[in-house]
Design a protein around this ligand. Structure first.
Ligand SMILES: NC(=O)c1ccc[n+]([C@@H]2O[C@H](COP(=O)([O-])OP(=O)(O)OC[C@H]3O[C@@H](n4cnc5c(N)ncnc54)[C@H](O)[C@@H]3O)[C@@H](O)[C@H]2O)c1
Ligand SMILES: [Zn+2]
Length: 343
């Protein structure tokens, strides 16, 4: 088992690459740890949870809320968990976001670690220390930034991941390539989803590359005042479409990246939109969906990156190089109108 330590905002995060779930007991004492997972992951990997105290929550974004936080805290108190314990989130981004949040408030904070089981969580959500829950319609409205003590990565856990969740994970991988890594973009263009799904080494190398990309960005800018904003490429319009059209995050982000690339054509002279579309297709991701521009605009106005009458929008200069540029709401509205006609 290889471990690599990263310093993020003065906190050490130990990253166990290419590890096995069974090695978890070498990192955390079974008697002093509580695992938190969701029903899907628990049912798919029951045997692995033997010997561990485990709290199982309902799966899905709808349960990333205060009710689940309360449920987990009740269970922890029932187990008489004290400050010497470690909470370990084993699951997708919903599980780790909520585990990190509970751990950072239970008894004013206990140690926590993650075992991500979805591709999206391995390359994105488990990294960077953002913990939190939704509040009604507002995604991630409540939370904090606290780093996990460790992350254990076991790609064999992905064997039970539904195909659609693989696709969602690839949307974030393609995002990383678009903003930071032209070489990875070209590799993604050469391969197909099925090749990564069937080749453990190829997949591990890809995950590792993405972990490095995200951690490097986060190390430089933990509190999102600069470079970390670039990770929102495709997410401004994407989140609004996700909300209005009720489609999966990865799919919405894919469409958001296509539309952001089209905006970049006008704003920065970017000329790689067709290549991005071709890569997205390789991973079964959609390029467009019929949408109501006015409805999308109403949601867009609530974006966290809005300042007055402008939105700090992530644009590409070229593939592998992104920048933040303020675009007025009126200008965005007119872009959306054009895209609505094309959709
Ligand atoms: N903290 C961050 O910086 C950050 C970044 C990106 C996303 N997120 C959050 O992450 C969440 C999305 O993460 P996600 O896509 O992993 O969603 P998720 O946790 O809902 O998992 C997706 C689905 O896959 C199932 N699943 C996960 N692993 C499985 C496995 N190995 N076998 C079978 N089923 C499995 C889950 O039960 C769920 O139904 C969102 O809440 C998002 O806000 C957080
Ligand atoms: Zn995302």
């Amino acid at each position: 088992m290889q471990v690599q330590s990263f310093k993020i905002a003065g906190q050490q995060v130990d990253y166990y690459f290419d590890a096995a779930f069974s090695a978890l007991h070498q990192i955390a004492d079974t008697k002093r740890a509580v695992l938190i997972t969701d029903k899907n992951v628990f049912n798919a990997h029951k045997a692995k949870f033997k010997n561990w105290r485990t709290i199982v929550i309902e799966p899905g974004e709808n349960h990333k809320n205060f009710d689940t936080v309360q449920y987990i805290i009740g269970e922890l108190a029932g187990y008489e968990v004290d400050r010497s314990c470690t909470l370990i989130g084993v699951g997708g981004g919903v599980v780790t976001d909520i585990t990190g949040f509970v751990a950072s408030i239970y008894m004013r904070g206990v140690r926590f670690g993650f075992v991500p089981t979805s591709l999206l969580n391995m390359v994105d959500a488990s990294l960077g220390g953002k913990n939190g829950i939704d509040f009604g319609l507002y995604k991630n409205l409540v939370g904090n930034i606290t780093q996990p003590k460790f992350i254990l990565q076991d790609v064999s856990l992905l064997q039970t991941l539904p195909q659609e969740e693989w696709e969602n994970g690839f949307a974030e991988i393609i995002k990383h390539a678009c903003i930071k890594d032209k070489t990875m973009f070209d590799a993604l263009a050469k391969h197909q989803l099925s090749e990564y799904m069937g080749d453990r080494e190829l997949l591990e190398a890809l995950i590792r590359k993405n972990v490095f990309i995200k951690l490097k960005v986060v190390q430089k800018d933990v509190y999102e005042t600069g470079d970390r904003k670039l990770l929102n490429f495709g997410h401004t319009i994407g989140h609004a479409i996700e909300n209005i059209c009720q489609i999966a995050h990865g799919k919405a982000i894919a469409i958001g990246m296509v539309l952001a690339a089209k905006i970049a054509e006008k704003e920065t002279g970017f000329d790689g939109t067709e290549k991005i579309k071709a890569v997205l297709k390789n991973y079964n991701l959609p390029l467009m969906i019929p949408f109501d521009a006015a409805a999308v605009f109403e949601v867009l106005k609530l974006d966290k990156k809005r300042a007055d009458q402008q939105i700090h929008f992530i644009l590409l200069q070229k593939t592998g190089k992104a920048l933040v540029q303020a675009i007025s709401l009126t200008r965005l509205k007119s872009y959306l109108k054009i895209f609505e006609k094309e959709s």
